[in-house]
Design a protein around this ligand. Structure first.
Ligand SMILES: *Cc1c(COP(=O)(O)O)cnc(C)c1O
Length: 389
C-alpha cells in the first residue's frame, strides 16, 4: 500500500513544480499574465483542453500551491483562494445562490458575514433564516423548498461556542442541502469539517493560517463540482488572492501545526488561570471541562484553539478599566496572530449589530475576547493579572 503522508509533511512538501533554477523554496510569481508557445497552445489553453496558467485573476502558481496545501489539509477535492476571508464568503454564496434562494445559518457568526446576510443579500432577494446554536432541532422547521445552504462556524467568533458538525452534516444530507462551514477559528490542523459532512469549508487565511498578522487572504475548499461554480464566478468577478500573499501563506502553512499546538497550550493555561480568578464572572474555552459543549469539542477538535472569551465582574465599566490597564497585549481586531490580542466585541467587531442581536448570540457588553499568542505564557498571564488588579 502507498504510504500516506501526515498533515505536517503535506504542509511542508506540497510544492509547485520547480523552475529551471531548481530552487529549494518556491519563488514568487509576480506576474499578471502568462505566455504561450504558439496559436494552437493558446487556443487549447483558453478552451481548457490543457492546464495552463493564463492570467493571475484565474490562477497563478503561488495561489495554486497554497490551495493545493489547504485541500490536502482539509481532505478536499478542490479549492479557490481569495483576497480576504470575506471575499471567500461572499463569492462562495454569490456563486451558488439564485434570486429567491434561502440560507439557513447559525445565529452566532462573524460580524461581517452577519451584515452581508442581513443588509446586502436581500438586495438580490436572497434571504437568511437563523437558528439558535443551542437548538439544532429547530433547523428542520426553518428549511423550506427555497433553502439551499446550511451555514455555521465552530468554534464561533467571538463567543467560542461549539456546534456539533456531525449533527449539522446529517441534517444537510437529509434535506439534500449544501453544508458550508467557516473553519477559521479551528484551522485545518484542529478540525476537518468535511469528515463530518461539510461540502465546502471556508477560511479567512488572515488568521491562524498566516499567523503573523501580515496579509489578508481567504480560501474555499471542498466538493469539486461546487468549487467549479465558485471558480467560474470568481475568475470573472476578480476577488483573486495576490501571488505575493499566496506565497506568504504557503510558507506560513509549513509551520501551522507547530504554531497552533503552542497557541492551544498557551490558551488552555490562560483559561485555567482565569477560571480561578475572583474578578472573573465566567470563562469560555472549548477544552475547559466547564464549557457547555466540551464533549462535542473533544469529539471534533484536536485542541481548543487560540481564543478565550471571558467577562470581567462589573460589566461594561470594569471591562473598559481592564482594557485601559493592559500593557503588553495588543488592543486590536485580528486573531490567530503570534502576538496576543485583546478585543471588546460589543464596541468593535459586532458593533453593527443591535444590543438585542448581540445578546441573542451571547455577546454581553463586558465580554472580552483574547486571541492567545505565542509569547511566553508567564508574560501573557502577568499582563492580564496586573490589569485585573
Ligand atoms: C476574520 C474572519 C472572517 C473574515 O476574514 P477576513 O480575512 O478578515 O476578510 C470570516 N470568518 C471568521 C470566523 C473570521 O474570524
Amino acid at each position: 500500500m502507498k504510504h500516506k503522508k501526515q498533515f505536517e509533511t503535506e504542509a511542508i512538501r506540497t510544492q509547485s513544480e520547480r523552475t529551471q533554477f531548481l530552487e529549494h523554496s518556491t519563488p514568487m510569481y509576480l506576474t499578471s499574465s502568462f505566455v504561450f508557445e504558439n496559436a494552437e497552445d493558446m487556443r487549447a489553453s483558453f478552451a481548457e483542453e490543457k492546464e495552463h496558467n493564463i492570467y493571475s485573476r484565474y490562477s497563478n502558481p503561488n495561489s495554486t500551491e497554497f490551495v493545493e496545501k489547504v485541500c490536502k489539509m482539509e481532505g478536499a477535492e478542490a479549492g479557490f483562494s481569495f483576497a480576504s476571508g470575506m471575499a471567500a464568503v461572499f463569492s462562495t454564496f454569490a456563486a451558488l445562490l439564485e434570486s429567491g434562494d434561502n440560507i439557513v445559518s447559525a445565529k452566532s457568526i462573524f460580524g461581517s458575514t452577519h451584515t452581508l446576510f442581513t443588509q446586502f443579500f436581500p438586495k438580490w432577494n436572497i434571504g437568511t433564516s437563523y437558528f439558535d446554536i443551542n437548538d439544532l432541532g429547530e433547523i428542520d422547521k426553518l428549511i423550506t423548498p427555497k433553502t439551499r445552504i446550511i451555514y455555521a462556524e465552530s468554534p464561533t467568533n467571538p463567543g467560542v461556542d461549539v456546534l456539533d458538525l456531525e449533527v449539522l452534516g446529517n441534517i444537510a444530507k437529509k434535506h439534500n442541502l449544501i453544508f458550508i462551514v467557516d473553519n477559521c477559528f479551528a484551522s485545518p490542523y484542529l478540525q476537518q469539517p468535511i469528515k463530518f459532512g461539510a461540502d465546502l469549508v471556508i477560511h479567512s487565511g488572515t488568521k491562524l493560517m498566516d499567523g503573523q498578522g501580515r496579509v489578508l487572504a481567504g480560501v474555499t475548499v471542498g466538493n469539486s463540482d461546487l468549487v467549479d461554480k465558485i471558480y467560474r464566478f470568481s475568475r470573472i468577478t476578480g476577488p483573486a488572492l495576490s501571488p505575493f500573499n499566496a506565497w506568504v501563506l504557503s510558507k506560513s502553512l509549513e509551520t501551522l501545526a507547530l504554531r497552533v499546538d503552542k497557541h492551544c497550550t498557551n490558551a488552555l493555561r490562560l483559561a485555567e488561570y482565569l477560571e480561578d480568578h475572583k474578578k472573573i464572572e465566567w470563562v469560555k474555552y472549548p477544552f475547559l471541562k466547564s464549557h457547555p459543549k466540551y464533549e462535542i469539542a473533544k469529539k471534533q477538535m484536536k485542541a481548543g484553539g487560540c481564543v478565550v472569551a471571558f467577562e470581567v465582574k462589573g460589566g461594561l465599566e470594569a471591562g473598559r478599566k481592564f482594557f485601559d490597564a493592559i500593557k503588553m497585549l495588543s488592543l486590536s481586531a485580528n486573531l490567530g496572530d503570534s502576538r496576543s490580542i485583546v478585543t471588546h466585541p460589543a464596541s468593535t467587531t459586532h458593533s453593527k449589530l443591535t444590543k438585542e442581536e448581540r445578546e441573542s448570540v451571547g455577546i454581553s457588553d463586558g465580554m472580552v475576547r483574547i486571541s492567545v499568542g505565542l509569547e511566553h505564557i508567564d508574560d501573557i498571564i502577568a499582563d492580564i493579572k496586573q490589569a485585573l488588579e
